[in-house]
Ligand binder design. Structure first.
Ligand code: ADP
Ligand code: MG
Length: 600
């Protein structure tokens, strides 16, 4: 028999290696972010199109690459980070295997642009399926930009295997969060389909956690700090009452590298023992620092599983440190010594704590119900727009309403006029205001939902007969990934056999008969949300519910209802735009009106 063994050509070997390193778009994101961090960048920008299926680009201001290095970077086992096998035991960088770029270039179209401090001009290299197509000299700022296009273009099986864009996006967000939490001292931004999903300014760890997970997180955090010879532990855990049903917010870092460890996770869960209800998981952001020679990162191509030299001792130290902090926290509340205004997201309702939300939504109100006809507005509206509350509003917020409206001691005499059952015309000091009733009501409801979520006042009504909802597998997966957000607004779900969703509780503002359409439209909005400019899932939920529950244009409104919309709109934080950014009203000044009456 003749010889049958031969060496695989490089591009095939690279494709095989790619199978280990690059499972999905998020893997590319991880590798590119790590390279930027290793290059000591202080600003890192991630641009993604269509969940990374079309484009993943990372732009950094790190130290860049020389012309030769740029070319070598795509070779397998090409790395600047280690020289000898011993170096593996003294790693201070994320990378070291030298296979990420080679793997990525084997299965995508890659465009690299880079320049170092010492060079006048930079380098651009284009590689497709391991083949270098071009290399040019370009002008470029210091740093590196790597754009990865058409991932898996030459491995259709791989490409078809990718999950829905929403799921792939969630994975990308995971990687982005991990990198940004590991390096709060670096500015990170993330754009998906040109909309800015995250804009994280460099700061301390608490600030970073809060800017990633929202202002509300700040008060949940209990600091952890322990220095031992073996390991130092820092970071935060969330107070037990903020534990989650989903495992989402559990972050372990070892020497600033995100790691997965069921073993150490168990140390934390056991420290929380007795403090959490069954099925609840603690939220934590823990940072372990160990001497580099005490940790082996080399056991997995994606470098997230690691081995510690003294794993059992570390387990014990983590457990006792957390127990200690929990005990401390129970006797003395944590002082918020690091308050920073940048935490104040647009909806800072802290100062509104005394007053409850102004509008009480009537549970019987159902815009989907045809009985709620154009011509006979029902009593519901009177409770929906409780005028007593409106007056209270005015008292609390004189700056908003009194400046705008003519001072009128008896507000119910205030005249408004509805035009085409769509526009409400009111008189203001400077002239006239014309409101679009649907857009204005969306703004009112949207802020009301956000208030409720922020104050954690969303109430859920239990359904006597739990509702089975028909959703596809993907949608159910999707809901599972953001269950706590749904809960924050009053939904309660149960999952059966992995593919059946049972609704056991719904927000009080929603009627049972509305659930299916509202949920469907909510899912739609959530899955497309990264295309618009929402800054969080909760924000998107509030927008979607507001859109579905707001009074439609074409609905006849009584004088009281009109007035209520006028007043409540101008008590909003941002009365002039709808949640989607459309104008809610226009004004016509006396000057403008007078001009119209001038002779020609
Ligand atoms: P590794 O990170 O394991 O060394 P990679 O394939 O990810 O392997 O990268 C290969 C080499 O390319 C790196 O060692 C580094 O020298 C260089 N490199 C990659 N990305 C960047 C970047 N953003 N800035 C500077 N150098 C980079
Ligand atoms: Mg790397």
């Amino acid at each position: 028999m003749s010889d049958i063994i031969h060496l695989l050509p490089d591009h095939v070997a690279n494709q095989i290696a790619a199978g280990e390193v690059v499972q999905r778009p998020a893997s590319v994101v991880k590798e590119l972010l790590e390279n930027a961090i290793d290059a000591k960048a202080t600003h890192i920008k991630l641009l993604v199109k269509d969940a990374g299926k079309i484009l993943i680009q990372v732009i950094d201001n790190g130290f860049g690459m020389s012309q030769t290095d740029a070319r070598l970077a795509f070779e397998r086992h090409a790395t600047s980070k280690i020289n000898t096998a011993e170096d593996l035991f003294n790693l201070h960088t994320k990378g070291f295997r030298g296979e990420a770029l080679a793997s990525i270039a084997a299965i995508a179209h890659v465009e690299l642009k880079t320049k170092t401090t010492s060079q006048e001009l930079g380098t651009q290299i284009n590689v497709e399926g391991s083949k270098v197509l071009s290399q040019e000299i370009i002008s470029h700022p210091i740093g590196t930009s790597i754009a990865v296009k058409n991932l898996f273009y030459n491995i259709p099986a791989r490409r078809n295997f990718l999950k829905s864009s929403s799921i792939e996006t969630l994975h990308i967000i995971d990687e982005f969060q991990r990198a940004s939490l590991a390096h709060p001292n670096i500015d990170f931004s993330f754009y998906h389909n040109e909309s800015n999903v995250y804009q994280l300014d460099a700061g301390n760890l608490r600030q970073r956690i809060v800017s990633v997970f929202g202002k509300k997180t700040n008060e949940k955090l209990v600091p952890i700090n322990e220095e031992t010879e073996l390991v130092s532990i820092s970071g935060f855990i969330a107070k037990p009452e903020f534990a989650k049903k989903k495992r989402g917010e559990q972050f372990f870092f070892a020497n600033n590298r995100f790691i997965k460890s069921n073993y150490l996770n168990h140390a934390i869960s056991s420290a929380f023992e007795g403090l959490l209800g069954s099925g609840y998981h603690p939220t934590y952001f823990l940072y372990l620092t160990v001497p580099p020679n005490q940790i082996d990162i080399n056991i997995h191509p994606t470098k997230t599983e690691v081995k510690f030299e003294n794993e059992q001792s570390i387990y014990a130290i983590i457990k006792s440190t957390i127990k200690h902090s929990l005990g401390q926290y129970q006797v003395s509340p944590i002082l918020d010594f690091e308050h920073n205004n940048t935490f104040d997201l647009p909806y800072n309702y802290k100062d509104k704590m005394v007053g409850l939300p102004k509008i009480e939504i009537d549970a019987n109100f159902n815009p989907f119900n045809d009985n709620f006809s154009r011509n006979q507005p029902t009593k519901n509206w009177e409770t929906l727009y409780d005028t007593a509350d409106v007056f209270e509003n005015k008292k609390e917020n004189p700056a908003i309403t009194e400046n705008l409206f003519e001072t009128n001691p008896n507000s119910s005499n205030q005249v408004s006029l509805q035009i085409r059952n769509t526009y409400i015309l009111g008189s203001i000091k400077s002239g006239l205001v014309m409101i679009n009733q649907n857009l204005a009501h969306q703004r009112i409801l949207y802020e009301e939902f956000l208030t409720k979520i922020t104050l954690e006042e969303s109430t859920s009504q239990a359904l006597i007969f739990p509702l089975n909802i028909n959703l596809n597998h993907q949608e159910i997966e999707f809901i599972k990934t953001m269950i706590s957000d749904f809960e924050s607004i009053g939904f309660k779900f149960e999952f059966k056999h992995n593919d059946q969703l049972v609704i056991v509780g719904i927000p009080v503002t929603v009627k049972e008969s509305q659930i299916q359409p509202i949920l469907e439209s909510l899912l739609d909005d959530l899955q497309n949300q990264t295309e618009s400019s929402n800054f969080s899932q909760v924000d998107c939920i509030a927008k979607s519910l507001a859109k579905n529950l707001a009074v439609k244009n074409g609905t006849s409104l009584s004088a009281k209802e009109q007035e209520s919309i006028l007043n409540n709109l101008f008590s909003c934080k941002e009365p002039n735009i709808s949640p989607q950014g459309k104008a809610t009203f226009i004004t016509l000044s006396i000057d403008d009106i007078e001009k119209k009456f001038k002779s020609f």
